[in-house]
Design a protein around this ligand. Structure first.
Ligand SMILES: CC(C)(COP(=O)(O)OP(=O)(O)OC[C@H]1O[C@@H](n2cnc3c(N)ncnc32)[C@H](O)[C@@H]1OP(=O)(O)O)[C@@H](O)C(=O)NCCC(=O)NCCSC(=O)C[C@@H](O)CCCCCCCCCCCCC(=O)O
Length: 719
């Protein structure tokens, strides 16, 4: 699938045709190989231009082919044939040249990019490395530090940055194909040897070892336990130390190891799962492709606490005018300062003017009368939220959407106090809202298709991964988190320390262990929720609280900590010790160790040695177990959605795919057996009891994830 045409008499124009992104499938590779050979043979042709159909150059190798046996002409010899050709070949890069697409362009003798094009080698994000010569050609062109940066992070760069780095020869605001044809005509007859990147010597930095050491530290910090970034750095090192052909061998060997790894499978799964999450559907037949979102030009944000500030910043950055409302002058002032500061810092980083004119701050709800949509972000309290929603019904125009940023309250109950339940939807952002990628869109039973479509589309416009979830306590993410946290607390009771649990989870790949996360978020948040749920209160002896509630095991340790004023980072003490209130560096606290010992003594618990395996299995399998229950209850449409919630909202290591993918990788029968084992040891923890769906799937010989849905018998599915 590559079209061949002749233009201006002597230019062969070869167009990659494989929508939507002209990925280099077997058919495309065959098409390019044949078209290039034809152009090189045709004596009327003096130069060649390569471009892509529909104004897109190329999104790289066809990722869907990686799961199948490889067929068709391989990329490496195809690119070599282009580079070695005796006629100049120019790549016309419109919209994107990514992965194998950029490697193809690097094999061309010249590159012209449209000003809006994005370029990059994102293979590392798929658990791979640029294995079509990219790790050898790019360093020869840009030098080691820039190549290391691009290849180990996979970041996309603008055409302007690519021009500065020498990756493209020209950037045009006009038609890139025409500019490439012009360039091709102008270079006919010029020597090609200097344009063949594989001939170049790699420019070396003075402190080669230092550069690589620093990069390895960075990549290990960014993605703990991930293999691909390390392999990428090794391949670039080969470009520094070996001749091109031996560097290429090294690239291939490293790729062979990555290609079949579980990490690559997990990361490629994430790529498709992320896209699948956007394709929501409701039981009433409404879907992403048959429901029209509303246009959102103006939005209101109510409450300028941490969440409201972040949400306001996201909206403004997406070009939406915001009216931000607070109840008191003092909060309004500090909110205004914080939001402006964030917008200014962001603008400074990007070298643009801060769009401060796009946000107004007010104490009056009346100012919301003309907005298209409101996001309420007040304190997590049902009575308070209800009063806000009742007022919004009175103030806002009748067709304005009302959204709540609740992290777990009943969206339908809130909708019921409004004059427009179909226009009410949950939009659960994650702190800090202007940074975190996840948005849970809670489809209440009465939310209209248009409302869901608007919230999902708005999320995408804000740069979020929007996942549609059902309306149940805690929705998907926090419903699972609660049980994960419970396991961590139980492990402390049984003999573990916070740092031991955190270390095991960090070794597994979590960015931060659960106790560090709890300290960061503030221990009082859960404390308040537990009080509201009646788990702590006048009936509970504060000095000697019971370890059971509502017929199941309950761990009062975090409540006891809060009573001591240990609220986490903000108070300088939580599960860890910090230098000062607000300090970031977590240190093990001997006081916690004594506190745990006294606690165990008081309750007659003899501490036992807890292995890393037990920590990880109990914490991680309980997540998946609840994920199965969520699927059974119809609160998530697919296991992929649950995984995306965990990857983008809860620091789950991407190279492990997500809790559901991980369970499938480990083997559902193993997960079932381990849960049964832990439940036998802890019969008072009902959440360790394997879910019905997990049992049913194991009974059905663990079918692949795509078939799990067929085993769900939910009659009340909300999705
Ligand atoms: C391109 C994008 C930026 C576009 O974003 P946008 O938001 O506009 O659109 P979507 O993301 O929604 O995408 C639309 C649609 O397209 C699908 N899609 C996108 N890219 C690809 C692709 N590259 N392949 C297939 N499909 C793609 C996407 O799924 C959507 O469809 P859907 O139905 O899901 O809605 C954005 O899409 C993007 O970022 N794409 C990915 C870009 C990327 O990562 N490219 C790199 C690909 S990997 C690569 O190029 C590898 C190369 O280095 C070559 C490697 C050589 C291979 C050699 C193999 C030898 C190994 C031998 C080992 C043997 C071992 C042994 O057997 O022993």
């Amino acid at each position: 699938m590559a079209q061949y045409a002749r233009t201006k008499g002597s230019i062969a124009l070869i167009t990659l045709t494989n929508p939507p992104v002209n990925a280099l499938s077997a058919a495309v590779r065959k098409g390019i190989t044949e078209a290039v050979a034809r152009a090189f043979k045709d004596t009327r042709v003096k130069a060649v231009v390569l471009c892509g159909e529909n104004g897109k150059f190329c999104g790289g190798a066809d990722i869907r082919e990686f799961a199948k046996a490889m067929s068709g002409p391989p990329l490496v010899p195809m690119i070599h044939a282009i580079e070695a050709g005796e006629k100049p070949v120019v790549a016309a890069i419109e919209e994107m040249a990514l992965g194998g697409g950029l490697e193809l362009a690097l094999g061309c003798h010249y590159r012209v990019a449209h000003a809006k094009a994005r370029l990059g080698l994102p293979e590392v994000t798929l658990g791979l490395l640029p294995a079509a010569g990219g790790t050898q050609r790019l360093p020869r062109l840009t030098g080691i530090p820039a190549a290391l940066d691009l290849i180990t992070t996979g970041r996309h760069i603008s055409a302007q940055e690519a021009l500065k780095l020498g990756i493209v020869d020209r950037v045009t605001e006009g038609n890139a194909v025409e500019a490439a044809v012009e360039l091709a005509l102008s270079v006919v007859g010029r020597p090609l040897a200097p344009r063949r990147l594989s001939n170049h010597a790699t420019p070396l930095p003075a402190d080669l070892d230092g550069v690589f050491e620093e990069v390895l530290v960075q990549v290990k910090r960014r993605a703990r336990g991930a293999m691909a970034p390390v392999a990428c750095a090794k391949a670039v090192r080969a470009a520094a130390e070996l001749p091109y052909s031996r560097g290429l061998e090294c690239e291939r060997e490293l790729m062979n190891t990555l290609f079949t790894s579980g990490q690559a499978r997990a990361l490629q799964y994430c790529f498709f799962a992320q896209r699948a999450a956007g394709k929501w559907s409701l039981p009433n037949g409404a879907r992403w492709d048959n429901s029209r979102p509303r246009a959102v030009h103006t939005a209101g944000v109510i409450g300028l606490g941490t969440m409201g500030r972040g949400i306001a910043v996201c909206l403004v950055k997406a070009g939406i005018s915001v009216v931000a409302v607070e109840t008191e002058e003092k909060q309004l002032d500090s909110g205004r300062r914080a939001v402006r500061g964030m917008l200014e810092r962001d603008a400074k980083r990007r070298g643009v003017t801060a769009p401060l004119h796009m946000i107004t701050f007010t104490l009056s709800m009346q100012q919301l009368r003309d907005v298209d949509l409101v996001i309420e972000a007040v304190f997590e309290d049902m009575a308070l939220k209800k009063s806000v929603f009742a007022e919004l019904s009175r103030v806002c125009r009748p067709n304005a959407l009302l959204c709540t940023n609740t992290s777990g309250l009943d969206v339908d109950e809130l909708a019921s106090v409004t004059d427009r339940p179909p226009l009410v939807v949950g939009m659960h952002f994650f702190a800090p809202a202007h940074v975190m990628k996840l948005l849970e869109v809670i489809c209440g039973p009465r939310s209209s298709p248009e409302t869901v479509a608007t919230a999902m589309t708005l999320g995408k416009r804000l740069g979020k991964v929007s996942v549609a979830v059902g309306n149940c306590p805690g929705f998907v993410g926090n419903r699972m988190l609660k049980l994960y946290l419970d396991q961590a607390h139980f492990l402390l009771e049984e003999g573990a320390s916070p740092e031991q649990v955190d270390q095991a989870l960090e070794e597994f790949g979590f960015a931060l262990g659960i106790f560090k996360v709890a300290d960061l978020s503030g221990l009082d948040i859960g404390w308040r929720v537990r009080k509201a749920a009646g788990l702590i209160g006048p009936d509970v002896d504060p000095k000697f609280p019971s370890r059971h509630r509502q017929g199941r095991r309950y761990c009062p340790l975090p409540d006891l900590l809060c009573e001591q004023g240990r609220l986490g980072q903000k108070s300088g003490r939580g599960w860890y010790l910090y230098d000062s209130a607000g300090g970031k560096e977590a240190r093990p606290d001997p006081a916690i160790s004594s506190f745990l010992q006294e606690y165990r003594l008081r309750y007659g618990i003899s501490a036992r040695r807890i292995t890393e395996q037990e920590v990880v299995e109990r914490c991680v399998f309980v997540l998946a177990n609840e994920g199965f229950r969520i699927l059974e209850d119809g609160m998530a449409a697919a296991p992929e959605d649950i995984d995306m919630v965990y990857v983008f909202g809860y620091g789950w290591p991407r190279h492990r795919g997500g809790p559901m993918f991980h369970a499938a990788q480990v083997g559902l029968a193993t997960v079932l057996q381990r849960l049964e084992f832990y439940h036998r040891q802890n019969p008072d923890i009902p959440h360790l009891q394997p879910s019905t769906l997990l049992r049913r799937l194991v009974g059905a010989r663990s079918p692949p994830m795509q078939q799990w849905k067929q085993h769900i018998r939910s009659i009340n599915s909300q999705l």
